[in-house]
Write a protein that binds this ligand. Structure first.
Ligand code: AMP
Ligand code: MG
Length: 287
């Protein structure tokens, strides 16, 4: 699969109205798409093992999407192949009182990746230019008036670009994934959540209210993605009406990003090799 087709790194504009959320690339159906699932997982395991051993780069994977687009499922899929010791997942909810008393990047910084590890953000600081923008939540926050300017979101885009550049220049890779579903597909997913008792818990009272702001969200996503697509921290817009396709594409994106990092097991010098040989001899000479 050519992940470049879905990558936004500043060299082309993202036009959300023209984007086909129902694409499935070269795959005919779910079975076809999932036929190389095991290969993906093995590849991911090998790469993660080396990332962990090398302990130099860290990887931040951000998932953003409308409700019911499959963020949780995507996180689960990606995690299924990974050594849990080398990964953390942080779910960004409505900010707590403590979080609100800090700048909006604070909670993300605390949850950011460590060297050798993968951090997964289920939602992120992008909420502060999405839900906050759609509902103008900053106006009722404790921000001082001097900060509640008309161009506050332009400023935030810049702050985010700077933050991500800062991370990149300090040894961290960032991949941002927007799971893009259609309004129709969201309706189908919501109906399933209402009809299937095992999925009832996934449906929140506020979900329909947010759906009512669909167009404003689409505009906010388009603006945020265009303003923060960079070479160092590209966005990938993943067609997500077919979840089985989205998951394969996401796994591919993460594998390719890690291949690009190309982590290596630390090599052992001559001195250390001699030392290991000594230890070997001691073990073999044991009674
Ligand atoms: P969920 O991910 O479905 O469990 O829902 C989390 C909710 O928290 C979503 O409705 C988000 O829009 C909301 N949320 C996350 N971050 C923020 C934020 N910075 N300000 C306001 N709401 C947020
Ligand atoms: Mg929800």
């Amino acid at each position: 699969m050519n992940i470049k087709d879905f990558r936004y790194d500043g060299s082309k504009k993202f036009n959300i109205k023209e984007f086909d959320t129902n694409q499935t690339g070269e795959f005919k159906d779910r079975e076809d798409a999932e036929s190389n699932r095991d290969d993906h997982i093995l590849e991911l395991q090998g790469l993660q093992d080396r990332l962990y051993a090398e302990n130099k780069e860290g990887l931040l994977v951000i998932f953003q999407a409308m409700d019911a687009a499959g963020k949780d499922g995507a996180v689960k899929y990606v995690m299924s192949g990974i050594n849990p010791a080398g990964v953390s997942v942080y779910n960004f909810k409505v900010p707590t009182a403590e979080e609100m008393d800090h700048d909006y990047l604070w909670r993300a910084m605390k949850a950011g990746p460590e060297r050798g590890k993968i951090a997964i953000f289920n939602r992120s600081y992008y909420e502060d230019v999405l839900v906050v923008k759609v509902h103008q939540l900053h106006l009722n926050s404790d921000l001082p008036d001097r900060c509640k300017t008309k161009d506050i979101f332009e400023k935030r885009y810049e702050q985010i670009r700077n933050y991500e550049k800062h991370l990149y220049e300090n040894g961290f890779r960032i991949v941002k994934i927007f799971l893009n579903i259609s309004k129709d597909e969201q309706k189908k997913q919501f109906l399933q959540r209402i009809d299937d008792p095992a999925k009832n818990w996934k449906f929140a009272d506020g979900d329909l209210k947010e759906r009512g702001f669909w167009d404003q969200y689409m505009e906010a996503y388009e603006d945020a993605i265009n303003a923060t697509s960079t070479k160092e921290a590209p966005w990938y817009v993943v067609p997500s009406d077919k979840k089985w396709f989205a998951r394969q594409l996401i796994a591919d994106i993460i594998v390719k990003t890690m291949e690009d990092i190309d982590p290596q097991y630390p090599t052992v010098g001559e001195e250390r090799k001699a030392k290991l040989a000594e230890f070997r001899k001691l073990l073999m000479d044991e009674e």
